[in-house]
Write a protein of this length. Structure first.
Length: 218
């Protein structure tokens, strides 16, 4: 856990203690998924369980009895295997850049999302995130060619991918989602994504889940 995360955790605990409440608070994730649709430039991402028509198993929604404090966010295109084929069980991949797989069998202009998209978040009609540029979340691995083992032939390899860090950016100040709040998350693109195979936009929040901490349980 980073220093920023430790500080956020301590702040959460103090805030609840000041109200005489002691919910169990644990590191957790929200994963909100919407299918890419041709000619669509605005996407909405329901947060609460029961509000989304998307039934993908990879979704992680917020229970209405709980609260969530988001400390970081990642934006990805998902739904393809490494080879660029349509997704299958156990093969769901996430891409934070215009990968060859996306180009050949998914979204051919994903950079319209990663380098030009913006996000807005309203909680109870109050804007807590405005024109948040998604280029902050752009993450592309570097491919290098070289002779690694003195075999006499060149080898192409990719730098390591860090799932803890790559594609994620800290949110300062943090975002507070309650299971009883009206939460509106919208993602806006200047141009629609060109779709050649079934793909989804994944919005992933990392942070802390406080069990039973929504206003339902006051």
């Amino acid at each position: 856990m980073s220093l920023a995360q430790r500080q956020a955790f301590a702040t959460i605990k103090r805030a609840y203690a000041s109200k005489g409440r002691k919910p169990v608070t644990t590191p957790s994730t929200l994963r909100l998924i919407q299918s890419v649709v041709t000619n669509k430039t605005t996407y909405s991402f329901p947060v609460l369980e029961g509000d989304s028509t998307n039934t993908l198993a990879e979704n992680r929604f917020l229970n209405r009895a709980d609260a969530f404090t988001a400390t970081s966010i990642g934006i990805f295109i998902g739904g393809l295997t490494d080879a660029g084929a349509a997704t299958s069980a156990g093969a769901y991949q996430l891409f934070g850049y215009q990968s060859p797989a996306l180009t050949t069998a998914g979204v051919t202009n994903a950079n319209a999302l990663f380098t030009q998209g913006y996000m807005n978040i309203l909680v109870n009609n109050v804007a807590y995130l405005q024109n948040f540029d998604l280029f902050r979340c752009y993450s592309a691995p570097i491919a290098q060619t070289g002779n690694l083992f003195a075999t006499g032939t060149s080898t192409t390899y990719q730098n390591s991918i860090n799932g803890e860090r790559d594609g994620f950016v800290d949110i300062v100040p943090t975002l507070q989602f309650s299971g009883t709040a009206k939460i509106d998350i919208t993602l806006n693109l200047p141009t629609s994504l060109s779709l050649t195979n079934a793909c989804q936009i994944n919005v992933i929040f990392r942070g802390f889940l406080s069990l039973g901490a929504s206003n339902l349980n006051k």
